[in-house]
Design a protein around this ligand. Structure first.
Ligand code: ATP
Length: 366
């Protein structure tokens, strides 16, 4: 059993000013679940992992791994890292440079005296799982970054630990390798589920890998759920911003019409009169840019914008624009639009053009 239960975990750091890195955190992780912790720099992700691993002593709370209490502040229980059955894979691969790949992968088995597993070919089996069995006799210096990361992965998994902790393990890889190792990790977990906590600040990694994802802010979890649920139904503006709803469009109702930053909203009105005033959160990918109000689709709202900048991204343009008439405050909005239209005709978007920033209010969150 490798169910993980974290109750009211508190971790402070002394300093000027003192920091509450993990603030009375509650978290239940099911057996075989791949939980991703997502949040901005400094929100407490790594400290949470380090408390789980026993590398950091919390101030209070409790952590249970399977049926073993590994930390309980009230009862004075705090098992050292080597007494917790946890595998770790970090951002820096941290392989022993003087040991072959085989010895690196075998290291947790040796240090845990799992001699049966060592003898039964577990190293080779785990190396095969991450596709590095051909590298077993090489030294880390003779491997590429992606190969080193796969070896680190094998070392984290080889002892079949109760829990595997990942701290941004893909962030040192270039974009292509990151995608490849991420896909391999996902496939591996699908084939042979293990309980994992994976820390990242990369939204796409969290969406791709997580059975559930937890969004952290200032040492607490603000939303937890399946990636699709968190992505589509963010509970507040913080989560919305963190999961890609990067546009903020303040709307207000004046004299019978809706306005965004002082400019009239055409087409479908974004709110009810009772709402009065609010900020809409919109995903750049859900925006259409059209040349005229008459081009709005049924159900769409649109506001006139000036195109400030256009970046070509291969399959899409990133278009930065600002609401026409947004006088003193030029607030940049972002539309990510395909470089081909629905008839597969290449599109162009010109800097300086006036266009209609079109959105469906049903795609927006407040
Ligand atoms: P990142 O994504 O940048 O790695 P994080 O979410 O993992 O950030 P933590 O490293 O857990 O954040 O840090 C949480 C808070 O605790 C931060 O404010 C950080 O400055 C503070 N902190 C972490 N380690 C220490 C330490 N050893 N001493 C003092 N403060 C610390």
């Amino acid at each position: 059993m490798s169910h993980v239960s974290i109750r009211q975990l508190l971790k402070n750091f002394d300093g000027k000013p003192p920091t509450v890195a993990v603030d009375h955190l509650d978290l239940e992780i099911e057996d075989g679940e791949f939980l991703v912790l997502l949040g901005p720099s400094g929100c407490g992700k790594t400290t949470t992992l380090r408390c789980l691993a026993g590398l950091e002593q919390p101030a209070s709370g409790s952590i249970t791994l399977g049926d073993q209490v590994v930390y309980d502040g009230a009862r004075g229980v705090n098992l050292p890292p080597d007494k917790r059955f946890i595998g770790m894979v970090f951002q820096s691969y941290a392989l022993w440079p003087h040991m072959t790949v085989r010895k690196n992968i075998a290291y947790p088995l040796k240090s845990r005296k799992l001699t049966d597993a060592l003898a039964s070919g577990r190293v080779e089996e785990t190396a095969a799982l991450v596709d590095c069995e051909r590298l077993l006799d090489r030294l880390p210096a003779e491997l590429s970054g992606g190969q080193q990361q796969r070896v680190a992965l094998a070392r984290g998994l080889v002892s079949h630990p109760d829990l595997v902790l990942f701290d941004e393990p893909l962030s040192n890889l270039d974009a292509r390798l990151r995608d490849q190792v991420r896909a391999e990790l996902h496939d591996l977990h699908q084939r042979k589920p293990f309980t994992a906590v994976f820390v990242t600040h990369d939204q796409s990694e969290a969406l791709a890998l997580g059975t559930r994802m937890a969004i952290m802010r200032a040492g607490r979890i603000v939303q937890i759920g399946p990636p699709r649920e968190v992505f589509e139904e963010p509970v507040d503006e913080y989560v919305a911003g963190f999961t890609g709803m990067s546009n903020r469009l303040p709307c207000e109702y004046v004299d019978g019409r809706w306005y965004a930053l002082g400019t009239e909203i055409h087409g479908t009105q974004p709110g009810t009169v009772a709402a009065g005033e609010f900020v809409l959160r919109l995903r750049p990918e859900k925006i259409r840019l059209v040349t005229d109000v008459a081009d709005l689709l049924p159900g769409e709202a649109g506001v006139a914008v000036t195109v400030d900048d256009v970046e070509y991204g291969g399959l899409h343009f990133d278009v930065m624009c600002s609401v026409v008439g947004d006088g003193a405050v030029r607030r940049q909005l972002h539309a990510r639009i395909p470089t081909f239209d629905s008839a597969r005709t290449p599109r162009t978007v010109n800097r300086g053009a006036t266009m209609i920033f079109a959105f469906d209010p049903r795609d927006a969150r407040t």
